[in-house]
Design a binder for this molecule. Structure first.
Ligand code: TYC
Length: 158
């Protein structure tokens, strides 16, 4: 079910840490499965194989070096549909203009989406990350209110 905004603000916004964009952390190098060693690691290993005495500042002095490499994994953000809801009063031309202005639709697509909403009660304007979707909902609702139309715009997690 979609979420309808009752007030301006970001009450239900997931926190920035709720959906991290990246997960990082040291990953031990095992069997070279994550690619060739960086030059810096190769130098450490070369130094360990040489005649340097323990306690030279590179390692524990046990003759064994542990090399870690940071593996970065990107995570896709959650996506949100922005929807328009039908009503009996908002002029069709106004809805088409909203679709062109805020959702960058061409006239044909804007027309198609407007009729979709008119006939089925709801239609999708676009799919965006949380903050972009939230901004568009606010912009459309402010614009409709300013022109005293009851047009409703909501967002729904995909
Ligand atoms: N049903 C409206 C009318 O007949 C047109 C309309 C379309 C209104 C889409 C809202 O989201 C909407 N004037």
């Amino acid at each position: 079910m979609f979420r309808q905004k009752t007030q301006p603000g970001r009450k239900n916004e997931p926190g920035r840490n709720a959906e991290p964009a990246q997960k990082t952390g040291p990953a031990p190098i095992v069997g070279g499965s994550v690619g060739p060693l960086p030059a810096s690691a190769a130098r450490v290993l070369a130094a360990k194989g040489g005649k340097k005495p323990p306690g030279d500042g590179q390692g524990s002095g046990s003759g064994t070096a542990v090399i870690t490499r940071t593996k970065t994994q990107t995570q896709r953000p959650s996506m949100y549909r922005v929807l328009l809801l039908n009503d009996d009063y908002t002029p069709m031309d106004f809805v088409i203009a909203v679709l062109c202005t805020y959702f960058h639709k061409n006239i044909d697509d804007a027309n198609r989406i407007m009729w979709q909403v008119h006939n089925n009660g709801v239609g999708e304007c676009g799919v965006y990350t949380y903050e972009v979707a939230d901004t568009k909902v606010t912009q459309v609702m402010d614009h409709a209110r300013k022109h005293q139309h009851p047009l409703q715009c909501v967002m729904e997690k995909k």
